[in-house]
Design a protein around this ligand. Structure first.
Ligand code: ADP
Ligand code: MG
Length: 302
């Protein structure tokens, strides 16, 4: 059984904005799946349709074999959503936000409080349980949304841009927490335009651009498609004219050069040649990560 099956999904917002132009993909049970794409690609629209927050215009959505057209309430109970925008009452206390949410799913007060405590402790929010949500930092607000999304113990957790505006340390904590959930068997779907996030966390990715799916593969295969890498070299002395070399070499400014290396080739060769030309290299770094380079290439084609 698949966790999610989406077929020919179309969404047109009034007065005719085509947000999704027929996308299809499958998320297997237990998967860690990323929906990648630039702003306005249609990620949130897709997520919000699955969670019944937005009505689809056409197409099919199945969650754990339940059809969205017939069993939207059942589907809601199977999914925990952490939406892109904060949507809790900022004047409500942290603990109440989580406990109230459990109530919507028919969980009794005592049990709800137990579950809320467990989650808030795990997410490092327990000391803040009596603060109003307004007083939390951005990262804490995001964690609160995760606690709220998990309180009814859904099979599937969907996070829409979970780490937008979250500091590095909190992001790492969130990653560890989400990874652990996945290891325990929960299906995780996240949308992001932080590509490193997908690279480090996910097993499969789908890339969506202008409402169309342009890639749907494992992260491993996706990264293997990369045929070359761009490196930026910081050099000690100013270079006037560049030496003649048999690899792509570009001058960015008087103390910065850029080289491209085929993935199968070693980085030793260009370094040796530049060294022989009297260029002293102080440091060497990737221009962008490979995923980012590929992503730009793919979305440019469209
Ligand atoms: P993403 O989450 O990938 O940034 P969205 O799904 O939010 O993309 O948006 C996809 C497209 O649909 C965009 O062009 C956006 O402007 C449009 N859109 C999103 N929500 C609405 C809405 N409620 N009404 C009209 N247009 C919308
Ligand atoms: Mg979005």
């Amino acid at each position: 059984m698949n966790a999610i099956e989406i077929k020919d999904l179309i969404k047109t917002y009034p007065p005719g904005i085509k947000a999704l132009e027929g996308i299809s993909f499958i998320v297997e049970k237990g998967d860690f799946f990323a929906l990648l794409g630039p702003n306005g690609a249609g990620k949130s629209t897709t997520i919000n349709i699955i969670c019944s927050l937005v009505n689809k215009s056409a197409g099919q959505v199945k969650v754990m074999d339940f059809d969205l057209d017939k069993d939207d309430l059942k589907i809601k109970s199977l999914i925990g959503l952490v939406p892109q925008e904060f949507n809790f009452n900022i004047f409500e206390k942290v603990i109440d936000i989580v406990v109230t949410q459990a109530g919507y799913y028919g969980i009794g007060r005592r049990q709800a409080e137990e579950k809320a405590e467990k989650l808030l402790r795990k997410l490092g929010l327990w000391e803040k349980k009596d603060s109003v949500a307004q007083k939390l930092s951005g990262g804490m607000k995001r964690k609160l949304m995760i606690a709220r999304g998990l309180v009814h113990e859904p099979e599937i957790l969907i996070l829409d841009e979970p780490t937008a505006g979250v500091d590095v340390e909190t992001r790492r904590e969130m990653w560890d927490f989400i990874k652990e959930l996945n290891e325990q068997g929960k299906t995780i779907i996240l949308t992001t335009h932080y590509l490193e996030e997908a690279e480090q966390l996910c097993r499969r990715i789908a890339i969506i651009n202008n409402g169309r799916l342009i890639e749907n593969t494992s992260i491993k295969d996706f990264l293997n498609k990369s045929d070359e890498e761009t490196f930026v070299l910081d050099i000690a002395d100013q270079v006037g004219s560049l030496p003649k070399v048999d690899f792509p070499l570009k001058r960015i400014n008087s103390t910065t050069l850029e080289i491209k290396i085929a993935k199968k080739d070693s980085v030793n060769y260009p370094i040796k040649i530049l060294d022989q030309a009297g260029i002293k290299i102080l440091s060497l770094r990737n221009k962008t990560n490979r995923l980012e380079e590929l992503f730009i290439k793919l979305t440019k084609k469209e």
